[in-house]
Design a protein around this ligand. Sequence first.
Ligand SMILES: Cc1cc2nc3c(=O)[nH]c(=O)nc-3n(C[C@H](O)[C@H](O)[C@H](O)COP(=O)(O)OP(=O)(O)OC[C@H]3O[C@@H](n4cnc5c(N)ncnc54)[C@H](O)[C@@H]3O)c2cc1C
Length: 468
Amino acid sequence: MTVHGLFAAKSSAAAGLSSRPEIAIIGRGFSGIMMAIALMKSVRVSFHLTMYDPHPSISGGQALSSPQSTEILNSRVRDLSVAAGQPDDFNDWLCANGEFRAAVPAAIPGFQQIFVPKGIFSDYVHQRFSEALARRSDITVKFSHEPVHALRKLATGRFTLVRDGGTDESDVVVLATGFGVRSRNVEISDEERPVVRARRLVDPRHAVLLGSGIRVVNQLFQMRDGGYAGTITLLSRHGFLPQSHTRLSAAPSFPVDPMPSTLREIVRFVRKACADAEAKGQSWQSAMNGLRRRARSLWQALPAREKRQFNRHLRAIYDSHRNRLPAAVHARLQQELAEGRTVLRCGWAGRRVPEGLMVRWSGQPAEELLRADQVIDCRCSAPDMQAPLFQSLFVGGLAMPDELELGLAVSPTGEVLGSSGRTPNLFAIGPLGVGSLPDIDLVPEIVTQTYAAARLIAAGKRMALKAG
Ligand SMILES: Cc1cc2nc3c(=O)[nH]c(=O)nc-3n(C[C@H](O)[C@H](O)[C@H](O)COP(=O)(O)OP(=O)(O)OC[C@H]3O[C@@H](n4cnc5c(N)ncnc54)[C@H](O)[C@@H]3O)c2cc1C
């Protein structure tokens, strides 16, 4: 059964039930879909759900929809369950999938340690979504294909959502807009620019990929697998490419001693924890996995000045150690670099020009032209706090930026913090909380946050029904 078909049937069959609480989710990426699953499993009263996103149906945002669904995810199966309290759920789903078992026969005792293509994870999430919906004949779900531009709170406590074609009202709103509405990735199309077409006749091809994270690696191999034989430059400010996962299990392990309180001492502590893990026959990766469990309290205890320092000087290194590549993918990347077909360079990307890109190389005072017939932006930017939707929240005092101004100020349970504390019935899930909560852009943290938010909504709606 497809999710889309199920939706159509469900929506029309249950239409016209107007006394139920209304919940709006803005964004149908992984965070939005995950929030819908958590709500359907946690909120026992009937409700209307509307999911807004200009992208088609349940595209799944950047994590689940991609031209290349064969890309390997960089998390192991054991870390990708979408069922609360059931860490084996994704593994069980894979075990029950005959086709997958046939393709990957070495499943003893299961698939927990392996890495799977994005398309498989996407199928799993969509199936769990469909199943959750199929069990709830008492709720209605509507898709809107319009972006939401503004949100206001009414005197009644409800929200008005302003979209292209009009307004809607809702009792609860969940912001799940992640990295924003996606724009086209290829900034300079060589088919459109005569100067580039002319140069192609004499020059070998050269593409520049901006960024140094997982997306760059995915893009690089997508191009190579598609037959691109030219040189590829990976351009980033710091030049830290993702590290490798270990072939060991890397179960989280970290010293239980109290952590120091300054950034400098914390870095020293983490380095020692990694070295000790290696000395004990474990891996630095298991220490990093252990660190993630303590990251939230560590982050909250750091003064704003040190958080800014971390962002400026250490985040790129931290990201390269937490967002790791499966060992085989990492080896392929090293091979590319060793052969010289792909080069990694540090510098600041400036404006695009028809001949390529203006770049200020690290340590150089002035920009110079980097000739390229393609420039592809693979950087993972923070959510855009200038977007009209967020500006409307700031103006209304419903939300405020976090202290680093990377995203919204949110609680671990996803409640949005405004000028007078928590804004009742307004939630922000996933990367929107990137300045408030470490690792909130990763699947396990998003899953935990959605269930926590759903429990709060469930409690609130029960009370509302009793009162009403
Ligand atoms: C290629 C890739 C691989 C990844 N691999 C892993 C992994 O292996 N393990 C892991 O833990 N994490 C992984 N992640 C990270 C994690 O899954 C992401 O943080 C996740 O994609 C965030 O999802 P999201 O829904 O919050 O944001 P997005 O994917 O950015 O989706 C946001 C959605 O909101 C919509 N939207 C935006 N603004 C509006 C608006 N105003 N109105 C209506 N709709 C709007 C957008 O159109 C979009 O569809 C990966 C991410 C990517 C991109």
